[in-house]
Design a protein around this ligand. Sequence first.
Ligand SMILES: [Zn+2]
Length: 734
Amino acid sequence: MSFSKFTKTDFNLIAKEYASLEEAARRRCKSEEEFQTIRRAFEFANEAHKNIRRLSGEPYILHPVAVAKIVVNEIGLGYKSISAALLHDVVEDTNYTIEDIRNLFGDKIASLVGGLTKIKSVLDNENKSYMLAPESVQADNFKRILLTLNDDARVVLIKLADRLHNCRTIEFQPEHKRDKVLAETMFVFIPLAHRLGLYEIKTEMENIWLRYKEPEAYQEITRRVSQNVEDKEKDIDAFIKPIREALRRACFDFEIRKRVKTPYSIWHKMQTKNVPFEQVYDLYAVRIIFTPDPGSVETERDQCYHIFSIITGIYRYQPDRIRDWVNHPKSNGYEALHCTLLGQSGMRVEVQIRSKRMDDIAEKGIAAHWAYKNEGYLSEQDSEMDKWLAKIKEILQQKGDISSLELLDMIHEDLTESEIVVFTPKGEQRSILRGATALDFAYLIHTHIGNQAIAAKVNMRLVPLNHVLQSGDQVEIITAESGEPKKEWLQFLRTRHAISLVIDYFRDSFDELKKEGDAILSEEMKKIGRHQSNRNIKHLLLTTQLANRDELCFRLALGLVKPEDVAASFANWDSPVAPRPVNYVVDSQTEAGVQRYIIASCCGPIPGDPVLGFLSPDGRTVTIHKKSCPVAQSVAAKHGDWVVVPDWDDVKAHSSFPVRISLKGIDRMGLLSEITHFISQVMGVNMTRLTLSVDGGIFEGFIEMYVSDKKLLNKMIKQLSSIDGIESVVRSEI
Ligand SMILES: [Zn+2]
């Protein structure tokens, strides 16, 4: 932020931006009074931020105005939230207090602004002093953000709008700050937006993230998509034409939209499935949005199926690709009927059928859902999102004393993991984490049922409590009056909810267990030859993310922390955040002395990759990750202050770095020797490992080697791809 007198151009710009906000906001206001409140909020904020500029040089007030615009246009909230968005930086950045806001705008707006200020006060400020604290201040902030869900979910929605605008203007931030902000965005805000059903905001954030984290991949994908769209435009139109005609004949009130997969979702698919661009098939989707006919005897749901039967009368469909989220909405409230049709030229097109209401909720999420609810539209389905909010509130209330880092992981898991649907003996449907066991299910039903569980019946068959559930299972828990939790349960439980309930149970014998753990700790420290000095214990707490020594001992006794973890923590002393013990280390002589670089094994970056680094607390070691590495996102989201911009030039002098490429293709005589000859003789690269397997004429495998940089690697991938028989060559994780 900087300070300089506004010019006439500045005032004109402010007036123009506000006018466009006002136009959008007017439609949301139910009365002139509401509208005037927004105007007063703007005038107040405008005066308070006068002559203050953002890093971009723009007048500061343009930021709250832009956030307010997102709040009204993209989230669909009303005048109180719009006013709060306009006022959201006033208390933090100027001399006004929450009391001033309360006096001028009333309790509700003041409490929204208060919630936003609480979140902002530490999150957006740089503060180097907590670098060595075992508790992460950043994680603490996320805890605060989530706790505001408890009071009023609108605070989180306005915060999401604020974050979206910060992402849109991120080019003005210095690089290390950019990495921190985008990591937080990927780790917390995108999953939150997804969970709250804010599809458009989520998508835009993902694409901004990719544009900065993997600029080359982003450009390349964008270029190929637009090329592809140009090539296929006619085919798609020809595909839609008969659908349009048939729906008209059936008297539906509808519109058809063409959708192309976003660069991020294509990139994500290429990464997770290890495939090149050409093998991402479902690039296109066609969306049919209809307004249900109130005079029809068919319900909204039946009309979805009616449309489905019409279009599958025209095209063949893939039975295994039907997704019925009309009968079983996703837990974030998403409803639609998806199917994949086979077009004339063999083109596969995904078709999504939604009513106008379903579409609004799919695009705008929770606020649209509330709006429909207020209008009296209430069905069993659209309470899914309320159920989730209630669950989060329950976690937050129960776990008031939980460590912030643990809470952050717990919520992150809840936000991102996929779920399966299982049934109670009465046929009630319950969603549970994929991979959950029968015992997890018991705890989902009730704490008592979990605590007294002794076995389970899955689909009428007797199974042990550690039995992993499958989608569609019917689950019955068998309990015994004398049953009680066992320590061993903690080894197989999957859901954090169940794990924390079992831990709670054992807290009754905390002192006893603490003593037990104390003995384990002493023995282990002796074994690895370390004293229980303050420094060593502090380091242990940092790596195990625990609050104090007593808690560490308690968890050692329960087997939640293993003796091996203690040893591993010290084996990796230089990089407390390294995910695996085996990392590639480069020592480099710089002006300031020896600088140690650790090439993180999770993502194995090489010169030429966009990277970020984490500076260790001793200031001498930098762990380098790819900017897009999930481990790096998680660490930067918790410890943003460790983020530095590493200089490849220092590291590069040390010549070669390990990489792995995956190959797929059709086997033929001499192919293998051609590949190895090419890599070692033509490229002069040292292979360290080669694994290829052939099954039914198809070969698949990977090669590990050392290369100097990305340029060489890309050249090699390109030339390998042109060898006869090879279908795909991609760089993959080691
Ligand atoms: Zn990494």
